[in-house]
Design a protein around this ligand. Structure first.
Ligand SMILES: Cc1cc2nc3c(=O)[nH]c(=O)nc-3n(C[C@H](O)[C@H](O)[C@H](O)COP(=O)(O)OP(=O)(O)OC[C@H]3O[C@@H](n4cnc5c(N)ncnc54)[C@H](O)[C@@H]3O)c2cc1C
Length: 452
């Protein structure tokens, strides 16, 4: 609480940065700001700060998850970082109050992508939880249903699921579905398997170990429908690949998908574009697809090639986008960034996006690297803290210009504003019962019922 005391006692202006989101990107940004001598106040909507590491990355990534938890903890425990959990910007703290009234020197959007991109089929959205399930909720359920006191959405996976997708996250979704189906079928025979172990071993080897075959179990498993070809799946990518690199990438994509099909008995249907709902008894009962062809990299629907696929559950796994926050301009389904290089938000000087909210890449490494780059090169220069910004090769990039233009534009926070901020945070802490990071996390630990 020393930081809070410092805010209360402040008599000199100091750069104070608000950060929305406390996970990979937000915590990294906070630690760097603090290292450079600014105070970082992290507003996190969740009780715990781990974001997609906890709720997105499927729970079989145990080691990676633990490693990332520790790193986020270290970042948020740094001197100069103030953590404010259970505080959703846009709801518990309106954007205008944060941006226009509190007097922060800069604001960083590190709030990731928490809204599922809507399935682009007319009328489909009304069937959410009535036959239509979106990826984010499904993965959340999978990661947490064993938690003591779990009170989130509950899904009973039927054995005729179709998944619409094609990216990395959709691979996790089809794996989740089949692992659940086979675990259930094995349980029905009195065999309790650990899903995390089955993910490592693969389903065929797990069945083999119990002397069982797929036919004996009778599980159909789910099917992934993708609008392009297997070699087009964004499972491996590179910036501007040469033709040779592209050939290699395509081979790598096919290898990844074929392995998923072998190891988890997943079925795959390429060149299928979802075009209409199939509705029965007020529920989504399947999807009408139109076959496509890929011509010079473009998807072209083939006339008269409609295909009706019936399913009790349709899972849409076509990507996640940021949740809108009233007051932050949007362009299409994303925030309106003035520049993808600097993360500056259009019309809101001093507001910068970083991590998944800016890159759109569902990738831990990219989120962290982007946070470091933007804070080191843009935010620090904007605040006039820390070292000289790095020279960007190429000279006149948008980032360099922004640094030059905005250096020292972010005024330090006034002592009066710091005192008022301390009061605001103390009041919020009182409302949610927060005392310090360690005791808060201990009180909000996740205990798995499975391990008792
Ligand atoms: C199914 C799935 C599988 C994945 N697998 C991998 C993998 O194998 N390897 C890999 O590298 N990456 C993987 N990823 C992606 C990776 O988890 C994310 O890209 C990365 O963790 C994003 O970090 P971030 O900090 O940018 O965003 P997030 O983790 O999304 O953090 C944003 C934070 O902001 C908070 N927040 C949001 N809105 C508000 C608000 N209004 N007010 C306050 N707080 C808010 C959120 O609660 C969250 O804590 C996967 C993702 C998914 C969904």
């Amino acid at each position: 609480m020393d930081e809070l005391q410092a805010l209360k006692d402040a008599t000199e202006p100091k750069p104070v940065v608000a950060i929305i989101g406390g996970a990979v990107a937000g915590s990294e940004a906070a630690a760097i700001c603090a290292d450079k001598g600014a105070l970082a106040v992290v507003f996190e909507q969740g009780a715990r700060p781990y974001g997609k590491i906890e709720d997105g990355l499927p729970r079989w990534h145990e080691k990676l998850r633990e490693k990332e938890y520790r790193r986020i903890d270290e970042n948020l425990l740094r001197d100069g970082v103030i953590f404010v959990p259970r505080t959703e910007v846009g709801r518990d703290l309106p954007w205008d109050e944060l941006y226009r009234e509190m007097g922060f020197s800069a604001i960083i959007l590190a709030n990731g992508a928490w809204r599922d991109r809507p399935l682009p089929v007319e009328g489909a959205h009304q069937y959410v939880r009535r036959g239509l399930v979106y990826q984010n909720e499904l993965v959340y359920w999978f990661n947490h249903y064993h938690d003591d006191g779990y009170d989130g959405p509950v899904f009973e996976i039927p054995d005729d699921v179709i998944v619409v997708g094609g990216g990395l996250a959709s691979i996790d979704v089809v794996k989740i579905v089949n692992l659940e189906l086979y675990a259930r079928a094995l349980r029905a025979r009195g065999i309790d398997v650990d899903i995390v172990e089955m993910e490592i071993k693969g389903i065929p080897k797990t069945l083999e170990a119990h002397g069982l075959t797929v036919d004996e179990l009778g599980v159909q498993g789910c099917t992934l429908y993708y609008r392009r070809r297997m070699e087009d799946m964004p499972l491996a990518s590179a910036d501007d690949p040469t033709p040779e690199q592209l050939t290699k990438l395509q081979a790598a994509r096919v290898k990844i998908m074929e392995r998923v099909m072998r190891k988890y008995f997943v079925k795959f249907e390429p060149l299928c574009l979802p075009v209409a709902t199939i509705v029965e008894d007020g529920r989504l009962a399947g999807i009408r697809f139109q076959k496509t062809e890929v011509v010079e990299g473009r998807v072209r629907p083939v006339e008269g090639s409609e295909l009706d696929v019936h399913a009790t559950m349709v899972i849409s796994s076509i990507g996640s986008v940021p949740r809108p926050i009233a007051g932050i301009p949007v362009q299409g389904e994303l925030y309106y960034f003035e520049s993808w290089e600097t993360g500056e938000v259009h019309g809101l000087p001093g507001v910068f996006g970083l991590g998944n909210v800016l890159t759109g890449k569902g990738n831990i490494k990219d989120s962290r690297a982007n946070a470091v780059e933007i804070v080191e090169n843009v935010v620090a220069a904007y605040l006039g803290v820390g070292d000289e910004p790095e020279e960007i090769p190429g000279g006149s990039s948008a980032r360099t210009e922004a640094v030059a233009k905005d250096a020292a534009a972010g005024a330090p926070m006034s002592p009066a504003a710091m005192n008022a901020l301390a009061e605001w945070i103390e009041e919020r802490y009182g409302e949610i019962g927060y005392r310090n990071y360690r005791s808060w996390l201990a009180a909000h630990a996740r205990h798995s019922l499975e391990n008792r």
